[in-house]
Design a protein around this ligand. Structure first.
Ligand SMILES: Cc1cc2nc3c(=O)[nH]c(=O)nc-3n(C[C@H](O)[C@H](O)[C@H](O)COP(=O)(O)O)c2cc1C
Length: 193
């Protein structure tokens, strides 16, 4: 069975609307993929400070980061669930990328100065919910654009986003309908994901 890596950055855990959208989609994907979860909701990786950067120069990536980086590079598909925070996603996810996105792991530095993606996955799916009325693809949606750029670096050609927005500014009926629509869109994408 092919492997799907689920990266969970839904900090509010069981309270999370984003996780509630992700669950049925992952359930559907579990029919075709072996799902492995990386739970970042209490991840204690620190931002790469000067000290950490110098240590990394001497010692390379930690065994833990190397293992996580390999999971990312070798997954057949990647699903990331992360709420929309500060116009993109929680810092815990960015810090995770900072730790595991590395040459000869998720990408390769070529002799001509270019890079080549080194990830097996052909597709990555971001599942998110946004508080304000910010639709996917708006210039204000820096979560989707960031992950598309990272997908380019890692060699993942297709990055899709499933989202519900206006979660903190609409009435309950609208919210519920939009969350249901997001699940339906995710289930549709799952069919050929
Ligand atoms: C720390 C924090 C930062 C947020 N930043 C934004 C933001 O920049 N733009 C926005 O539209 N909503 C923002 N929100 C609202 C969330 O995107 C919204 O409530 C979302 O549905 C939360 O997802 P969750 O239920 O999965 O945690 C923020 C919420 C929190 C807690």
């Amino acid at each position: 069975m092919k492997k799907l890596l689920f990266i969970n950055a839904c900090i509010r855990r069981e309270e999370s609307r984003t996780l509630a959208v992700a669950k049925p989609i992952l359930q559907k994907l579990a029919e075709r993929y072996e799902i492995q979860q990386l739970d970042l909701t209490d991840d204690d990786r620190l931002p790469v400070t000067a000290t950490l950067f110098a240590r990394r120069g001497q010692e390379g990536l930690s065994a833990e980061d190397l293992e996580a980086g390999r999971l990312v590079a070798e997954a057949d598909r990647i699903v990331i669930a992360a709420p929309f925070w500060d116009m993109s996603f929680p810092a815990v996810l960015k810090v995770f990328f900072e730790h595991i996105s590395a040459p000869d792991l998720t990408f390769v530095n070529l002799e001509d100065g270019n890079t080549k993606g080194n990830c097996r996955a052909e597709r990555l799916l971001l599942i998110t919910t946004r508080g304000m009325e910010i639709p996917t693809g708006s210039p204000l949606d820096q979560g989707t654009s960031y992950l598309k750029a990272l997908g380019w670096l890692w060699g993942i050609p297709q990055v899709d986003t499933v989202a519900a927005w206006g979660m903190d500014v609409t009435d309950e009926e609208t919210r519920t309908r939009r969350l249901e629509l997001a699940v339906a869109e995710g289930l549709k994408i799952s069919e050929d994901f």
